[in-house]
Write a protein that binds this ligand. Structure first.
Ligand code: HEM
Length: 276
């Protein structure tokens, strides 16, 4: 009714800077992975958003439907309960923020705190109240596949080649976990710093098939660093490689393109009010 839409007396001011600070305070964790929850928060923001289908307008970060099964149980989302649980105290302290805004803001704050570019972010997402609105499974990319699949999946969201390469550059952060995806290891030696190192490794390191009983992945000579088949596709596909070359030598170009593409990703399908 009318009453519900009127601002309530004493309603808390929506202090997004306070939420940002609360998220920042959660990032460092001596006993988790490489010492930061930043990478898994970036993955949460990405998987919440990357279900978008431009043709039907379904999926995307609006709704925070990953709180519900079946989306929470989609294989691609294995391990993301860690990130969702981590943010619960922030939601409890600032209950006026939607989960959908909180998860995407956490991705932006994490990138910035790890030394990355400023990510364009604005509030406006609403939460959906049940799993009935979950997107279908298999909208997120399959790491075992190549350039055609990467183009199909990100093309479905509305991205071009340049944006796709920039986005996958987020693999400069974090690592693969055998108990989540089946893959193992980090892409770079600085997995909690946002940089263009991923592109440098892709181009300049020597990659060979890892001999193990897990899924096909690539490793460098040290055996410490890894690439997924879908990562290798970025150097094996000539049109993608052009941008790998660019970002490997021009970190500023990468930061600029990544910020724009990641900001766009997190807004796909979000019904922001039309500009006045
Ligand atoms: C991790 C696949 C694109 C950000 C992973 C993992 C896989 C994967 C298999 C390992 C998950 C685990 O075992 O914990 C892919 C594929 C992509 C893609 C196939 C597209 C071709 C992206 C994009 C972003 C992103 C667009 C963000 C903009 C991350 C981050 C991690 C990660 C930050 C590390 C998470 C952690 O350390 O816990 N990705 N990804 N990925 N991905 Fe992607």
């Amino acid at each position: 009714g009318i009453q519900a839409s009127m601002p309530q007396l004493g309603e808390p001011k929506k202090d997004y800077d306070a939420v940002r600070k609360a998220i920042e305070n959660l990032l460092d964790a001596e006993d988790y992975d490489d010492g930061s929850f930043g990478p898994v928060l970036v993955r949460l923001a990405w998987h919440a958003s990357g279900t978008y289908d431009a043709a039907s307008g379904t999926g995307g970060s609006n709704g925070a439907t990953m709180r519900w099964a079946p989306e929470s149980e989609h294989a691609a989302n294995a391990g993301l309960a860690v990130a969702r649980k981590l943010l619960e105290p922030v939601k409890a302290a600032y209950p006026w923020i939607s989960y959908a805004d909180l998860w995407t803001l956490a991705g932006a704050v994490a990138i910035e705190a790890m030394g990355g570019p400023t990510i364009p972010w604005r509030p406006g997402r609403a939460d959906k109240a049940s799993g009935n609105d979950c997107p279908p499974d298999n909208r997120l990319p399959d790491a075992a596949q190549g350039a055609g699949h990467v183009r199909d999946v990100f093309g479905r969201m509305g991205f071009d080649d340049r944006e796709m390469v920039a986005l996958v550059g987020a693999h400069t952060l974090g690592r693969c976990h055998t108990d989540r995806s089946g893959y193992s290891g980090p892409w770079t030696n600085a997995p909690t710093t946002f940089s263009n190192l991923y592109f440098q490794e892709l181009l300049n390191n020597k990659w060979r098939k890892k001999r193990w009983d897990g899924p096909l992945q690539y490793e460098d000579k040290s055996g410490q660093l890894m690439m997924l088949p879908a990562d290798m596709a970025l150097v094996w596909d000539k049109k993608f490689k052009k941008y790998v070359d660019l970002y490997a030598k021009d970190e500023e170009a990468f930061f600029k393109d990544f910020a724009a593409a990641f900001g766009k990703l997190m807004e796909l399908g979000v019904p922001f009010p039309a500009a006045a």
